[in-house]
Ligand binder design. Structure first.
Ligand SMILES: [Zn+2]
Length: 385
């Protein structure tokens, strides 16, 4: 069994060990050492990465109780292992932050941590209770207060007797020796992963978002450098938005709300004006016995109003198409003399469309160009509004 050097020294970056076995696999080598500082993927946390001599360790997995290093090259004899400590420290900040949050969810609201995922891009913690916005805020504030209290984070393997006197959180029944990780008076939990030495090293704990999950809640969190990176990215965004709106950073939301309301009012005004303009253009169309086909760019409601106006001009058929050659066109057709249902069917067949309705009006859409539509209605009078 490999000695786990990370168990009691999570800051060990470099170590020497002896290769117990090195087995060739599909394009890589599976290496087992007599001891290691590499933490394998376990308990929802991705593995450490690094090097063993000149071989890249790109993954570490637990297989049949053994810690297996996935290496780029073969290694043998005594080796020097170096872990990617930047990655490790980030994982330790995130993991310790998770413990602080889980300890608080437990002590403040009686919730149990039922899931944890510490990936490269996302960190999530699942709880078996729902948490409202106010509770989330409280947890976040208390978690950060625990960070600033510089609480010691310790790990130990208590005897069965000692263990029976400890009140600790545990996600599952564990039959091997139980490792207890304690963070001051905030949390006590069975856990196999490396953590920082002091809560203050977590830096910042931020709950980014929440999601309902199986009767409980999933929290998306960022701790330490991840939280700082998140803050910096969002700060840059808010700085740009603030400059664009000429609003103070803390007043951007009301600035955007005002902008959206203005846009809605302008869109309404533009729609009114284009309807008036279209009506004026339709007025100028003389009465005809030929079919009238109109091309425009308005919403369905306006299209219907337009057809209702224009239908008086044709003794045959009035059809209006709204859209463009790339996305296709929606249409409404009206006639008291032409079978509009057959027309809708023919449009569907020849112009890759669909639609329906009942006489005297049908509506639908076609995936065709203006020229193809014109060819379909050959002999009609065409108008562009
Ligand atoms: Zn843990």
């Amino acid at each position: 069994m490999t000695e786990k050097l990370y168990d009691f020294d999570s800051y060990l970056k470099e170590f020497t060990a002896t290769v117990v076995s090195c087995e060739k696999a599909d394009g890589f080598y599976k290496v087992i050492l007599n001891k290691t500082a590499f933490f394998p993927e376990e308990g929802g946390q991705y593995s450490d990465k690094g090097i063993l001599n000149d071989a890249t360790v790109f993954d570490v997995q637990l297989e049949d109780g053994e810690i297996v290093h996935y290496c780029s090259n073969a290694v043998s004899g005594d080796v020097i292992g170096k872990i990617d400590f930047e990655r490790r420290f980030r994982n330790m900040q995130e993991h310790t932050g998770e413990h602080i949050i889980s300890g608080l969810v437990h002590s403040l609201y009686g919730g149990e941590n039922v899931g944890f995922h510490l990936g490269d891009d996302e960190v999530t913690c699942d709880y078996d209770i729902e948490l409202n916005e106010e509770q989330i805020k409280t947890i976040e504030v208390e978690a950060n207060k625990a960070v600033y209290r510089c609480l010691p984070v310790t790990a130990c393997y208590p005897s069965t007797d000692e263990l029976s006197k400890i009140n600790y959180r545990s996600k599952k029944e564990i039959d091997s020796a139980i490792r207890i990780v304690t963070i001051g008076d905030v949390d006590c939990c069975a856990c196999c992963a490396p953590h920082v030495r002091l809560s203050s090293e977590v830096g910042v704990i931020k709950i980014l978002s929440t999601m309902r999950l199986r009767g409980g809640v999933r929290l998306f969190i960022a701790c330490g450098l991840d939280a700082f990176t998140d803050y910096s990215l969002k700060h840059d965004q808010i700085k740009s938005v603030s400059a664009l709106l000429a609003a103070k950073p803390y007043e951007c939301a009301s600035g955007v709300e005002r902008l959206i309301n203005n846009l809605k009012a302008e869109a309404y005004r533009a729609n009114q004006l284009s309807t008036q303009l279209n009506e004026a253009k339709i007025e100028k169309i003389g009465k005809t016995d030929k079919s009238i086909v109109i091309f425009t760019c308005v919403d369905t409601k306006a299209l219907r109003e337009l057809v209702n106006k224009a239908k008086e001009k044709s003794g045959s058929l009035c059809a209006a198409f709204s859209g463009n050659d790339t996305d296709g066109y929606s249409f409404i057709a009206y006639s008291l003399t032409v079978d509009v249902c057959s027309l809708a069917k023919a449009l569907g067949e020849k112009l890759n469309g669909r639609g329906g309705g009942k006489p005297p009006m049908v509506q639908g859409s076609v995936k065709a160009t203006k020229e193809e539509i014109k060819a379909f209605f050959d002999g009609s009078l065409f108008f562009e509004l």
